[in-house]
Write a protein that binds this ligand. Structure first.
Ligand SMILES: [Fe+2]
Length: 614
């Protein structure tokens, strides 16, 4: 029988008595049986996954209830959209019962509540799966964009649906969208993207030149070359992905990026460059430019979901979850620090790998590459991600976007850095409590095993032995930041910025997408109604579940007591309360920022869950 209220007095293995060391070893042997590595997962191999999700890693009751609440309006919306929809009445009655019971949660009710919630979730998910594959109601053939807006019957239409065709909105996706990780500053053009001076001036005006802009660090690039594998393996001539290159610049004296030019593929011989057109004059040039932007948005939808979201948050943290359980005893301070940041991750990854990215699943339905290539692309990106290189400060510097002086308008960077630094102070203070000096780090044989496991079975590229407290803090900061803030920044835009298919989707469906001259031809690029409804339903769920928040550390068993029990961590004014106070300050600072910039709220600490659980 497991202990509902374990006392946690963390200690380093080398400081324990012989008897305690033996106990730790025994506990680890047991845990290693439960958390076995699987390097042959049918959909993501060779990305390391857990062989079987242990029962104890199942999500909590509160998580289930949170998902239920998000799921109800989405199922209602499906009902409103599909032909011959089933009735929802029973489910809704049952749901309000559960919501009420949750409000007055008492230990005695636990069992009924668990049973109710589990059954509710099961029947709602069943209903969802049935509805999402059904045929969509008839709509007017000439409805155009209105048909896509009409899919939002019971959930609010995202604001972006009204403005996504604007150039400034397209530019904003790069610095405050679902994927703020690709834009980079350049000092010269790549050889395969010969943007002309005349073309640049046509967009930016006669008093600016490309040469000047490059010299003044005002030119930025998006390059989707990593998608070439999907370009080479499309699902068909009318369901494909491109690997475009796009150029942006900051006008003289301005703060924000503006789009300049797009080349729809990597080869300058095969693809012409399309220059930005401002304002809808219904000209062939305008629709050609709109089509080029759509093509970039589709590339970004793929880059975001497969790499930035799935690979670089979910799948990276899977390896850390397994290695931590296998190598660090429950009484190890780093185990105690990290486990709350892994809550729900194995469970959600197991369903993502098992159904989301499986043949015939939603990714296969909505995205343009053949599913095996899509899986391979995601896996390759995950395995090739350099752990130290992708640490926020290093990544920003490598992309030449770290300075506010050159790129003033980059909301993701500004907020992410605040949270990164807060986490770094927290891990530094935490480590100082348990590790007297750097020698204590190198003598920690469980930590050594952890590192070796992450390098070998975990396939974390660039991971290396940890020899100092400073390095340990850096590594833990990266792990906690990725599980919390980074995942929040790339997960939650899914509902507001990615669920309206004409703004962002997974494939270009048009017959001749690089030769568009009319609105009618442009509209052909967007998915059929059934796929658009499936996309919005899935992304509204994924982007809608907020479970717990960063800085909150509780057990995952009712009544969800405080997680940390060491006075040196929890004392007033100690490391934990300092971390929580800093997060509150960041919350205020971001609110103040939002008064003078276009709102960016994905990194408000109150909206950052501590773990990847959706
Ligand atoms: Fe996610």
């Amino acid at each position: 029988m497991f202990n509902l209220f374990p006392r946690k007095h963390p200690s380093l293995p080398q400081n324990d008595s012989k008897r305690q060391q033996e106990k730790r070893l025994k506990q680890l042997e047991n845990t290693q049986e439960k958390y076995a590595w699987d390097l042959e997962h049918p959909n993501v191999a060779p990305v390391p996954m857990v062989k079987e999700v242990p029962k104890e890693a199942d999500p909590t009751l509160i998580w289930g209830i949170t998902v239920l609440k998000v799921l109800v309006p989405i199922v209602e919306n499906l009902v409103a959209n599909v032909k011959d929809a089933a009735e929802l009445v029973d489910i809704k009655d049952g749901l309000s019962e559960v919501s009420e019971a949750v409000g007055s949660l008492k230990p005695g009710q636990q069992w009924t509540l668990i049973t109710n919630t589990t059954e509710m979730l099961k029947s709602l998910v069943d209903l969802y799966l049935r509805l999402v594959r059904s045929e969509v109601k008839e709509y007017r053939e000439d409805a155009g964009l209105e048909a896509y807006k009409d899919l939002f019957q019971k959930i609010p239409l995202p604001a972006v649906a009204e403005v996504f065709q604007q150039n400034d909105v397209f530019a904003r996706y790069r610095v405050a969208g679902q994927n703020p990780m690709l834009i980079k500053g350049i000092s010269s053009l790549p050889d395969n993207f010969p943007v002309s001076e005349a073309g640049y001036q046509k967009v930016m005006g006669a008093n600016d030149t490309l040469v000047e802009a490059l010299a003044e660090s005002r030119v930025y690039l998006l390059d989707y070359h990593e998608l070439e594998i999907l370009v080479d393996n499309p699902q068909g001539p009318q369901k494909q992905v491109f690997a475009p290159i796009a150029l942006f610049a900051i006008p003289k004296g301005d703060k924000s990026l503006t789009p300049v030019a797009i080349q729809s593929g990597q080869s300058k011989d095969d693809f012409a460059i399309t220059y930005a057109v401002e304002g809808n004059d219904n000209s062939p040039e305008y629709w050609q430019w709109q089509a080029a932007m759509s093509l970039v948005q589709v590339a970004d939808g793929n880059y975001h979901e497969l790499f930035v979201h799935l690979g670089r948050t979910h799948l990276i943290i899977e390896a850390f979850t397994i290695a931590t359980n296998r190598c660090l005893a429950e009484s190890h301070p780093i185990n105690v620090l990290l486990l709350p940041h892994f809550e729900g991750t194995l469970f959600i990854n197991n369903s993502a790998a098992g159904s989301l990215i499986a043949p015939g699943g939603p990714i296969d339905d909505i995205f343009g590459g053949k599913i095996q290539s899509t899986q391979l692309a995601a896996g390759t990106d995950r395995l090739e991600l350099d752990f130290y290189g992708y640490m926020l400060p290093n990544d920003l510097a490598t992309r030449h976007v770290d300075s506010k002086d050159f790129l003033p308008d980059y909301p993701y960077r500004d907020d992410a850095i605040l949270v990164w630094e807060a986490i770094q102070s927290w891990t530094t203070a935490y480590i100082d409590v348990y590790y007297a000096d750097d020698a204590a780090v190198t003598e920690d044989y469980e930590l050594t095993a952890w590192t070796e496991s992450l390098m070998a079975e975990g396939s974390i590229k660039g991971f290396k032995p940890i020899t100092t407290r400073e390095q340990l803090s850096e590594v833990l900061t990266m792990v906690i930041f990725t599980s919390s803030a980074q995942h929040a920044a790339v997960n939650f835009p899914q509902s507001s910025l990615m669920s309206f298919a004409p703004a962002v989707t997974g494939a270009i469906w048009g017959q001749d997408p690089t030769n568009v001259q009319t609105e009618e031809a442009w509209l052909q690029n967007f998915p059929p109604m059934r796929e658009s409804l499936e996309q919005l339903s899935l992304l509204q769920i994924l982007g809608g579940v907020y479970y717990r928040q960063l800085g909150e550390y509780r057990t995952n068993n009712f009544p969800y007591l405080d997680w940390f029990e060491d006075d040196r961590i929890t004392d007033e004014g100690g490391p934990l309360s300092q971390f929580q106070a800093t997060l509150e300050e960041i919350e205020k600072a971001i609110h103040i920022q939002n008064e003078t910039r276009q709102e960016y709220s994905f990194l408000l600490p109150s909206k950052i869950p501590p773990s990847i659980n959706i």
